[in-house]
Design a protein around this ligand. Structure first.
Ligand code: CAA
Length: 264
């Protein structure tokens, strides 16, 4: 598997660290990275030498700063739907693999980055982590499962607040809300996550896989895939409106968007 945007390291027996690496775009997820992420998840799922995956971002500034806005900017509805599906495929591959995936969030986890963290089994954050779903400020909604998975961590009222407002959360608030399981000083993040990964990797592989499968099924009794399909349809429809064009042009031009309030 040749990878341009992801680095893989087997750090100790059974533990694979997967590092998203597009430093110039703060590790934003473009189509190519989503394809690579899906392949990496499938490879880890099928590799008997891997018992647990740690997912993180390259550098100390970002876990993942979202879906790639420069790639999304000029998308039409059909392309936006295909993009949402690529995101769903990659994130479902992580979610469904019979091995735990820990998100080690070391900086910005915004938009698709927060959604990616929520597709992992749980989140361990550094004290420099910043979470949020800023999509409504770009004229769109979260498109990689935000409406489906964020509420599993923090409940619907808090998920609504974050998605409607686009407000960012620092690590301590994410911890208090239950989005992050623990927060550690940035310099200690990886050693703490690896310590926990080692502990999990010594448990029964089959028992951990069974627990993961059951808990995934129990927290989404209505069926994750049906909900993701609906989300992808509504997400992509917003690409036919003016607010998406204005929101993303404004990001590229580093100014505030002027929404007309008419698009729905
Ligand atoms: N997509 C593409 N490029 C991005 C990006 C993204 N999501 N986030 C940051 N970048 C790029 C910036 O454009 C910038 O590139 P240039 O140097 O070429 O201008 C570079 O990364 C560094 O970013 P900043 O200069 O903005 O860094 P900063 O420290 O001032 O701000 C930040 C950091 C707060 C994370 C800011 O970059 C930001 O707000 N990024 C966008 C976050 C966002 O809106 N994410 C949601 C995307 S939509 C989505 O994810 C939809 C979905 O669910 C499918």
């Amino acid at each position: 598997m040749s990878l341009k945007n992801i680095m893989i390291e087997n750090v100790s027996p059974g533990i694979r660290v997967v590092r998203i690496s597009r430093p110039k775009a703060l590790n934003a997820l473009n189509m190519e990275t989503l394809d690579e992420l899906k392949a990496v998840a499938e490879d880890a799922a099928g590799d008997p030498g891997v018992r647990i995956v740690v997912l993180t971002g390259d550098g100390d500034k970002a876990f993942v700063a979202g879906a790639d806005i420069s790639e999304m900017k000029d998308m039409d509805e059909a392309r936006a739907q295909a993009f949402a599906w690529k995101g769903h495929e990659a994130m479902c591959a992580l979610e469904e693999m019979p091995k735990p995936v820990i998100a080690a969030v070391n900086g910005y986890a915004l938009g698709g980055g927060c959604e990616l963290a929520c597709a992992c089994d749980f989140i361990i954050a550094s004290d420099r982590a910043v979470f949020g779903q800023p999509e409504t400020g770009l004229g769109i909604i979260p498109g990689f499962g935000g409406q489906v998975r964020l509420a599993r961590f923090i409940g619907y009222p808090k998920a609504r607040e974050l998605i409607y407002s686009g407000r960012r959360l620092k690590a301590d608030e994410a911890l208090a809300m239950g989005l992050a399981n623990s927060v550690f000083p940035a310099a200690e993040l990886m050693s703490r996550v690896l310590e926990l990964a080692r502990q999990i990797s010594q448990q029964s592989r089959g028992a951990v896989a069974a627990a993961k499968k059951l808990m995934n099924g129990f927290c989404e009794p209505g069926g994750t895939k049906v909900k993701l399909e609906t989300e992808a349809r509504i997400f992509s429809r917003l690409f036919s409106g003016r607010d998406q064009k204005e929101g993303m042009a404004a990001f590229a031009e580093k100014r505030r968007p002027a929404f007309d309030g008419l698009d729905a």
